[in-house]
Write a protein that binds this ligand. Structure first.
Ligand code: GRF
Length: 220
């Protein structure tokens, strides 16, 4: 997908600080990736990520999940907002909601998530502490396509960081976030350029299946 043909429209879903959203905004602004972030949606009002979007002139919507009777009704409303934005790609950037199968199927093959662990290790929460408790020497972060299995879709990119003897959950989180802000724009760029896709729950880059753990980035 080149700029001459069609710019990839991206909707970003957040629940909090939005530092990954900021990395994408910066990459769009400095033109290291050719995308149009067309909409930022938060399920929580008043979060810093919304301010980041507003500052960048990106339309925002707050869809407070607490205002909905159940998960499905929330997800159906969310589908409408995203569809109205005509997004080609849905980027989950710290979106702290478990998604219904209906939602996931609707955006099958066009939704990415970032998860702070070397998946399949540590799906779910408290990943940094779990890596420390297990005595892991390496920890990291994974960008993956979203499928119906929580944090279980095919990995696209993984970045690993060393775990040092004096690391805490907070210091690990900082190291991992640094990598997040590098690899998420990379994966989004691949998708926007038409190089990345998912078929039968396998991720492909340039037509070749990616390795089981995705493209590997190792930081020292
Ligand atoms: C990141 O650590 C990401 O891996 C996880 O949620 C956090 C979001 O951070 N899914 P931010 O809101 O992008 O700063």
């Amino acid at each position: 997908m080149t700029e001459a043909t069609k710019r990839c429209k991206v909707a970003v879903l957040i629940s909090g600080s939005g530092s990954n959203l900021q990395a994408l905004i910066d990459a769009q602004l400095n033109q290291s990736i050719v995308i149009d972030i067309v909409h930022v949606i938060s399920n929580r009002p008043g979060v810093a990520g919304l301010e980041r979007a507003e500052k960048a002139g990106i339309p925002t919507t707050v869809l407070d999940h607490k205002a909905f009777a159940d998960r499905l009704q929330f997800d159906q409303a969310l589908i409408k907002v995203i569809d109205n934005s005509q997004a080609d790609l849905v980027v989950l950037a710290g979106f702290m909601r478990i998604l219904t199968p209906e939602f996931v199927r609707h955006f099958q093959g066009k939704m990415l998530n970032i998860h702070p662990s070397l998946l399949p290790k540590y799906p779910g929460l408290h990943t940094h502490q779990r890596a420390l408790d297990a005595g892991d020497k390496q920890h990291g972060v994974t960008v993956h396509f979203v499928t119906e299995e929580l944090d279980g879709g095919p990995p696209v990119i993984q970045a690993s960081v060393p775990v040092n003897a004096d690391d805490t959950a907070d210091s690990l989180a900082r190291k991992v976030q640094k990598q997040e802000h590098i690899i998420y724009p990379m994966a989004v760029a691949w998708f926007a350029e038409g190089r990345l896709n998912m078929e039968n729950e396998t991720a492909f880059l340039d037509g070749e299946p990616l390795a089981k753990h995705g493209y590997q980035v190792v930081s020292s």
